[in-house]
Write a protein that binds this ligand. Structure first.
Ligand SMILES: *Cc1c(COP(=O)(O)O)cnc(C)c1O
Length: 401
């Protein structure tokens, strides 16, 4: 079938909506995924198809055994960095969760998770054939997860099904409010029950220091494109030595005619995962990532500064736990909503005003509340954002203290 030429033209010179050099991008999911220079160069070098497979060892033929580029060494260093026994790179955080759920459970089992979990945690559980039991949060204004309730929810599952949950999952930093949960407390509860503890570090590992051993995590999952200065799709699956055999168990299928077997392949990884450019961006950024987590406290200071400055606009208030312990921030901004009601562009006015000041990443159309992430911005950029918001507020006669 023929695809018309004029449609094909749309693909031949793809450009992004804005350039990260020219604009300040506050989009929460994009701050931690901005590439390093090293990663940009690596994309050009390894952009072709299966570019990391030149030296795939013939016997095992497995990604984690490749020594040129040094993927084998990288997996070891990744595990060390996270305080875990074994690490693998998969396509996304959600795939890492699915793999852990699937390999730790039987059909119909339950996973206990926090009520601020990302949608992909629910979907991963669903695809793995699991049910979920949610741990409540306090609601407004803090939305604090009631961590002690993990124990009673585990008991509930046991009473209802006659079986302990297959796993306990905690979202270390949630995507809505950027609250940082006390992972150690949940790790202790899970460990006391002997239930595998999966810590979702999509918004933490790669930007803040994480020691899985200290937190009592059996599984750490994270997102390379969200928090490790890597291209999509990349995800991290890090395991305690004791669970790694179960989760990375090998294939046992045999062809009924050919009698072919694939006993070296890790079943849940479908053999190999990320075989090209995205993998190499994750590796190329790793030295910078190892260093940048040490600067986390200063990143938090920038977020707190911007919260204080935005709250000088009367009626604007940060939601979630105060003071901020993470750079992902949720603001309640009723005054901007009132402005939007009288504006011909309605909710889009705020996006337009910010964009004309070379700031992007606040969701177009939102004014009642919005999220931003200051991670990786310079102090000058943070002050520039502050000035822009104050400017816009004054332009529409909002009161700035
Ligand atoms: C962004 C996010 C994810 C999704 O990560 P992917 O790598 O895109 O699958 C999962 N969980 C949380 C908490 C997130 O914030």
């Amino acid at each position: 079938m023929r695809v018309p030429e004029e449609r094909l033209r749309a693909y031949s010179n793809l450009r992004r909506d804005f350039s990260e050099e020219e604009f300040i991008n506050l989009q929460p999911i994009q701050r931690g995924g901005v590439l390093t220079e090293e990663a940009r160069r690596a994309i050009l070098e390894f952009g072709d198809g299966y570019s990391v497979c030149d030296w795939c060892p013939p016997k095992t033929a497995r990604l984690d055994m490749i020594t040129d580029p040094p993927i084998k060494q990288f997996y070891e260093d990744l595990a060390t960095f996270l305080g875990m026994g074994v690490a693998r790179v998969v396509t996304r955080c959600r795939e890492a969760k699915f793999i852990a759920f699937k390999m730790l459970s039987q059909e119909g089992d339950t996973v206990v998770l926090d009520s601020l979990a990302h949608y992909s945690s629910y979907i991963a559980a669903e695809l793995a054939g699991l049910r979920v039991k949610e741990v409540p949060n306090s609601g407004p204004p803090e939305y604090r997860i009631d961590l002690a309730t993990y124990a009673s929810k585990i008991e509930e599952v046991k009473a209802e099904t006659g079986k302990l949950p297959a796993a306990v999952l905690l979202t270390h930093v949630d995507y809505m409010y950027g609250n940082v949960a006390d992972a150690k407390a949940v790790g202790k509860i899970a460990n006391d029950y002997g239930i595998p503890f999966i810590l979702n570090c999509a918004y933490s590992a790669g930007i803040m220091p994480i020691d899985g051993k200290e937190l009592g995590a059996d599984v750490i999952v994270s997102s390379g494109h969200k928090s490790w200065a890597a291209s999509a799709p990349t995800g991290i699956l890090a395991l305690s030595a004791s669970l790694s055999e179960k989760i990375l168990s090998k294939s046992s299928i045999e062809g009924d005619l050919s009698k072919r077997r694939f006993a070296a392949k890790e079943l849940a990884l479908l053999g190999c995962t990320v075989m090209g450019a995205p993998m190499v961006t994750l590796m190329a950024s790793f030295p910078a990532v190892v260093k940048r987590v040490e600067r986390w406290e200063e990143e938090v200071q920038k977020a707190r500064f911007l919260v204080d400055e935005l709250e000088r606009i009367e009626g604007v208030r940060q939601a979630g736990i105060r003071p901020k312990a993470h750079t992902l921030t949720h603001m309640e901004t009723e005054p901007f909503f009132r402005v939007s009601e009288g504006h011909k562009r309605r909710g889009y006015f705020l996006y337009d005003e910010l964009r004309s000041r070379k700031i992007v990443g606040i969701q177009p159309g939102l004014t009642k509340h919005f999220k931003f992430n200051t991670y990786g911005l310079s102090w000058d950029q943070v002050r520039y954002v502050r000035d822009a918001f104050h400017d816009i507020a004054k332009k529409y006669q909002l009161n700035v203290r």
